[in-house]
Design a protein around this ligand. Sequence first.
Ligand code: AMP
Length: 217
Amino acid sequence: MNIILLGAPGSGKGTQAENIRERLNIPVISTGAILREAAAERTESGLKAKEYMDRGELVPDEIVIGVIKERIAKPDCEAGFILDGFPRTMAQAEYIDEAGVRIDLVIDIYVSDGKITERMGGRRMCPSCGATYHLRHRPSHRGDICGRCESRLIIRNDDKPEVVLDRLKIYHSQTMPVKDFYSKKGVLKTVEGQDELSETTRLTMETLEEFIASAKK
Ligand code: AMP
């Protein structure tokens, strides 16, 4: 089963992708995480990507498509995968389509812009191991220290308030057409992101189970 999670930055799609992974036992492919890793390793494309990411802009399609192409060709994707943060532009959606990759289900986590800006102020990341936290929704049990590797947590450059507003603008102009594209294909399901994470998780898993039941019929 190939699934896409759509949603504005900060909508919680990464967290829901992990919940779906636990249920279906297929890998989560997060282009953001792969690009951050490449930047930390200082590869050529990683360093180029970092310039865009730090400004809150989208990384050029050819870099991101290259990343996805390589990743979905790996053997662990044979039984399916969950895309978190891809596609974000029509060129990326068309690439997936033209490559003949079947998309079974697209879950869009809808959260208003006002709530997104409020939430993103609380996000923290570990610069060493990449673990993500949220002051309210997913705090580290060690405060501002990573519970996994003990490094001091940071705010990602692209989570800073001025950058968040730019990212939302880009989301509306570039990624909304992607939502329409999958809606027309009849594979889009929208989940309203709730204030309580557990409630968003319940609604997402309900959507997934309904889809699995209908696919079995
Ligand atoms: P994320 O972790 O999904 O919020 O992604 C962080 C940043 O990585 C984004 O703000 C973009 O700069 C870049 N990025 C991730 N996925 C994509 C994509 N599909 N297309 C372009 N840029 C991306």
